[in-house]
Design a protein. Structure first.
Length: 324
């Protein structure tokens, strides 16, 4: 599968943050937004910089929903279809996706899909149950949802937060949705626009940098197998799974790049000592292999653009060293 669309980077200035970091070529492991669960709520129409309070969604409700998810350890994102051209709110049912138990405490990540009419219905969810329990509580609270074996990819296109997300994200959604209708969506800011086009794969919570339309389709298909996408397990794409601490994200990305292990539960990892900036991490494979890694965040010695419109700033990345 190939795309005949022109290269979107031709529309970006040389100082665009995604071009700055792409040119530097640093590994992206350890940069995923941290979340133990994800809720995606369809919100058509324009999005402002703070989409939860600057869209057609009631701003007070948007603030409550976002804040409640964050307090419970998860993330809420707004989504829309790339083909949706509604010019005003019409009260139509909204698509919702809920992904929980990313850590696998109750058997592994699960994904619910369906529609609701009133976004305020989400206020009735027991958000704590999404962290480490099965989907029954959500299904009881939102009977319009059902469990699905499909895979979903949410690609950031919020140009009001960063132009790179709109310019590089929208072509990915266009191509991905053409090949996998209903499974690739635009979404609001998830962090890491310097790695645009960037997306969140559900239900795994795998966060992926520098997506293309072809890679988007592969990611969706891997999620349907409840696996990670092999083509996304390298230093240029694998930002990490969202439920992991940042050093563990970097450590697992390092191991998966070398082993091409795609099974979600094949690896178990823990920080043995240290902190976010310098940690000893042990990664164990279910087959008995294990790695002791020093994961430390250090300056690269460069000044790069973290966000479009900002001045360049000292760049940092995670370095992963195997301990013998």
């Amino acid at each position: 599968m190939t795309s005949e669309r022109p290269d979107p980077t031709s529309k970006l200035p040389e100082t665009a943050c995604s071009l700055s970091w792409e040119g530097a070529g640093h590994p992206v492991g350890g940069t995923a937004a941290m979340a133990d669960f994800w809720i995606a709520l369809e919100q058509p129409g324009p999005w402002g910089r703070d989409a939860f309070t600057e869209s057609w969604l009631d701003p007070a409700l948007g603030d409550r929903l976002e804040g409640g998810c964050a307090l419970a350890g998860g993330r809420l994102v707004l989504i829309r279809s790339v083909s949706d051209r509604r010019s005003q709110a019409d009260g139509a049912p909204r698509q919702v996706f809920v992904a929980g138990d990313l850590r696998g405490a109750s058997g592994g990540p699960w994904l619910l899909a369906g529609a609701i009419v009133d976004p305020a219905d989400l206020l009735g969810l027991d958000l704590g149950a999404l962290v480490d329990q099965g989907p029954d509580a959500v299904l009881q609270a939102l009977p319009g949802l059902h469990r699905t074996d499909a895979g979903i990819l949410l690609v950031c296109t919020n140009g009001k937060r960063d132009v790179c997300c709109a310019v590089r994200g929208r072509p990915v959604v266009l191509e991905g949705a053409r090949h996998r209708p209903g499974q690739v969506w635009e979404c609001t800011h998830t962090g890491g626009h310097r790695f645009a086009a960037t997306g969140i794969a559900l239900p795994s919570g795998h966060t992926i940098a520098r997506l293309t339309g072809e890679l988007a389709v592969q990611v969706v298909d891997a999620e349907a197998r409840r696996e990670l996408c092999p083509a996304a397990l390298d230093a240029a794409h694998d930002r990490g799974r969202s439920h992991l601490d940042l050093p563990v994200q970097a450590a697992e990305a390092w191991v998966r790049a070398r082993t091409q292990e795609t099974t979600l539960r094949a690896l178990t990892s823990r920080i043995e000592s240290g902190d976010e900036w310098d940690a000893q991490v042990r990664v164990a494979h279910e087959d008995g292999r294990a790695w002791r890694l020093r994961v430390h965040k250090e300056p690269t010695g460069e000044r790069l653009y973290d966000s479009c419109g900002n001045d360049p700033a000292p760049a940092h990345r995670f370095y992963v060293d195997e301990q013998v």
